[in-house]
Design a protein around this ligand. Sequence first.
Ligand SMILES: C[S@@+](CC[C@H](N)C(=O)[O-])C[C@H]1O[C@@H](n2cnc3c(N)ncnc32)[C@H](O)[C@@H]1O
Length: 221
Amino acid sequence: MAETKKKLYPDSKVELTPFLARDYDRLLDLLSGGSYRRFIARAINDLGLRPDDSVLDLGCGTGRNASLMLAYLGSGGKITGLDLLPEMKEQFERRFSREPRAAFHQQRIDIPFNLEQKFDLAFISFVLHGFPQEVRKIILENVVRHLKPGGRLAILDYAEFKLSDKPFIFRWVFKNFECAYALDFIGFDWKKILEGSGFQVEAEKFYFRNYLRLLKAKLRS
Ligand SMILES: C[S@@+](CC[C@H](N)C(=O)[O-])C[C@H]1O[C@@H](n2cnc3c(N)ncnc32)[C@H](O)[C@@H]1O
């Protein structure tokens, strides 16, 4: 079972405090003036889910994304959400108390783990940027270990961009409110990293003036 109390990466903002975790969805809706709701519904639609997909949602949070994904899955599909926080476990399990296709495991994703099952799709949404690069590699290794042959990976996160090219207000907000690790995340060539980790990149979709991207890849056989 995961150690949940201590923040392993003090500069990370994806390791939420219990206060933020309890109100995560509401805060996101409030701060985005409701636009997050529309964006995430579009991004989940763009995943191209198949009815029988088994999905591993790494850093699943409250299960909001899982509930959107379930609408695309049939009775043979299922979603396994992983998150380290008990606050997320509580919200996820409450949301899906009558939904046999959704399961939660309290599990750190930044250390090697083995769930002893394999998935068609690994989804990681607004989590990967929040770690040091060597830890992101461990997360990718966890993904590779848990995908079926030919399995897919979808990363929804910041796109690659040069912060210095962006408007002052965006630069200020990004530097002062986003976690320090995101600053290097946006500078990496993620397609190249995925290709080097055994994936074939298949598609990318951009949102919010190209600040955000859904990057889709398939495990090479
Ligand atoms: C920014 S939130 C994103 C939540 C969700 N994926 C979404 O798109 O709404 C980051 C999530 O990752 C979880 N998280 C952070 N570090 C983690 C870790 N080391 N292992 C597992 N989950 C983690 C947090 O508890 C939180 O639920």
